[in-house]
Design a binder for this molecule. Sequence first.
Ligand code: PLP
Length: 386
Amino acid sequence: MKTIYVDNNATTAVAPEVLEAMTPYFTEFYGNPSSAHSFGGNVEHAIKAAREQVATLIGASPEEIIFTSCGTESDNTAIQAAISANPDKKHIVTTRVEHPAIKNLYEHLSKQGYRVTFVPVDRKGRLDTDFLYDSLTEGTAVVSVMWANNESGVIFPINEISREVRERGIVFHTDAVQAAGKIPIDVADSGVDMLSLSGHKIHAPKGVGILYIRRGVAFSPFLIGGHQERGRRGGTENVASIVGIGKACELAQANLNEMNTRVRQLRDKLEQGLLDSTPKTTVNGDKEQRLPSTASIGFDAVEGEAILLMMDELGICASSGSACTSGSLEPSHVLRAMGVPFTSAHGSIRFSLSHYNTEAEIDFIIAKLPPIIADLRKMSPFWDGA
Ligand code: PLP
């Protein structure tokens, strides 16, 4: 059975070009980039080249990029650096729909004495920016707002938020893990202070990330150790993965157009096909301000986990909008924050495409999924038969 992978917001396949670029750095060029000999020095050149590829994707200077182990480390490093630089400020701001890498960190910080503001979103997943600006005070140390949401795909107005926050002298961080490679990112234009990316969402391997730190922003390392990354992150570099994320950034730039044309059309075809064939089906999130590759669809009166299991039997890999916590199926915090009704939130499925998906795969899903939903509804106590 062929796998139809439409779960690219969870993780992506390593691109063959990325693997090819990485391979020599396991066996041939295995030197330590910090070594004095030229064998290590050659490896250092490869890291330098990767830093330039990353910087090009987001419009940064190479010195403003540090390599980390994942998006989560980048997020943690950014927020810890901002609060360490502002020890007297005890208020921090984020949104109600962040990934756990920020959400749980903020909850942790609230237990350490920080006052936390979680900015709400509306029914379409759009951020209440007035609420955000009104919450800012002299005592606010940092604001972190994701560029695009991993579940709904909704894109936040980062340029505007960044300008408003920084005008008040507050550090601004954005988690761009889901935005990278899907929409253009220009840090110079947006003026963000810090920005996180993750390799495994853009066809690089798992276990490598990026943190952009704008020149002049106060910074202290999270991992204290050797002089690597100019003292901003200790630890011998994950060379092969760094080479990989560099190559992935180059490919992401080259594929941006296809993402916003062919992949968008596939996503729209999938969405429309399911909406047309299945009654009481809704799209979660704003249909305009949205990543081109993501569709979060609520099928009323069915259990998302049951849909996933039945799709899995056909080789279709997607995600539900529910998180299984201690045996109970709770709708995700993102759908809850959006106020998606209970019976739709429970039956929400996230499809996230990449440029590797084909039209034949989308046609297969459109043909197979509606009968699955119809069968499940026949068994559902919530289905009124409409
Ligand atoms: N931020 C967002 C928006 C994400 O979607 C993810 C991963 O799903 C992360 C952060 C965490 O990235 P990583 O898995 O590299 O730690």
